[in-house]
Design a protein around this ligand. Sequence first.
Ligand SMILES: NC(=O)c1ccc[n+]([C@@H]2O[C@H](COP(=O)([O-])OP(=O)(O)OC[C@H]3O[C@@H](n4cnc5c(N)ncnc54)[C@H](O)[C@@H]3O)[C@@H](O)[C@H]2O)c1
Length: 356
Amino acid sequence: MKRINVGIIGTGWCGGIRAETCAVSPFVEELHIAEIKEDRLQEVAVKTKSATATVDYRVLLANKSIDAIMISTTPETTHYPMAKESLQAGKHVLLEKPIALELEEADELIHLARSRNLLFTIGYSQRFNPKFAYVKRSIEDGTIGQPVSALVSRHITRNLGKKIGGRIKLSPAAMEATHDIDFVLWCFEPRKPIRVYCQEVSKIMKPTHNVPDCAWIVVTLDDGAVFTIGAGWVLPPAYPNFASTWVEMVGTDGAIMVDDSHRDVYVSTMSRGIEFPISTMPGEKVGHVYAGPMEAETIHFLECVALGRQPLVTAEHARMVMRVYRAADLSAEEGRPIDIHWPAAPADVSTVRSAR
Ligand SMILES: NC(=O)c1ccc[n+]([C@@H]2O[C@H](COP(=O)([O-])OP(=O)(O)OC[C@H]3O[C@@H](n4cnc5c(N)ncnc54)[C@H](O)[C@@H]3O)[C@@H](O)[C@H]2O)c1
């Protein structure tokens, strides 16, 4: 097996998880990290025993021995330029969502990756949540028949809403519902989204952070199926990093209900009151095990680079997700449903001939 050298740009919350995962992976020969906050750079370098640590990410891109780059930076304006430079430097890339801020930027990245034969995937970590994987499998193996409709209701704590809203004016659709749009479109593959209606509510966060509190989105697919995603970030801050999700997937022959509200473990202390641990979206290390999806997602990418496999999340799919949340933003702004048009599939010559 070929061991690979990996670089991580931005070792904050998610980048820190990815760095710690790489540090103990048998797929990884050397780990290199870049982070502009020097104290955090030092902390992660010591924890992961990284081969190098720098405040200048371009040092990683210039290092010819590095095979793959993971980009976990904020603000999200950094994603497109860093991914572009990484691909231009010949690196395979795992980029945290969102793929870019503009569709044209996403197109450019997809084209760059394709033309250079590089792996390019987006961090839709929820696909690596075993409960979500179970839903996907139950559709693939026919357990619930053909999917008919779906609902995902996701709420996160106000602490995270403020963190996200404090750095960039991206909507709950673009930053939060995006995970569930990705997931449901993956389940409904190969159906395509053709109409999006969205309503936002702005009662709490607008004056302080200039972002809505939540968004409710209805998406129509090209076979008439419909799904709804609700995404909010104003749960009270009493439960640090608490994320609560409920999923209903209804098919022609059955249905799956998923409770991912993380109420199964709680700790109560004299000093901090009640807390819900292991309830974040990326997850966290708990002693010798990892609870949550980001470790598995990181290992999957390492495997793909080391073994030459295609990552589960394609950049083309991420682009389709982007079209849906952009349509949701426009719908909320204009108060009307937005149609999404897809280029007609090229005519199948054999079908046309036999039909004559
Ligand atoms: N998949 C998930 O479950 C999930 C969860 C949270 C966040 N995210 C995504 O991951 C990304 C990171 O989020 P986070 O919460 O870890 O953010 P964070 O703010 O905790 O970390 C980002 C880090 O990037 C660093 N950085 C910024 N510019 C840099 C540069 N030029 N060079 C090197 N480092 C630089 C910052 O100093 C910071 O430490 C976001 O884009 C977010 O959308 C995904």
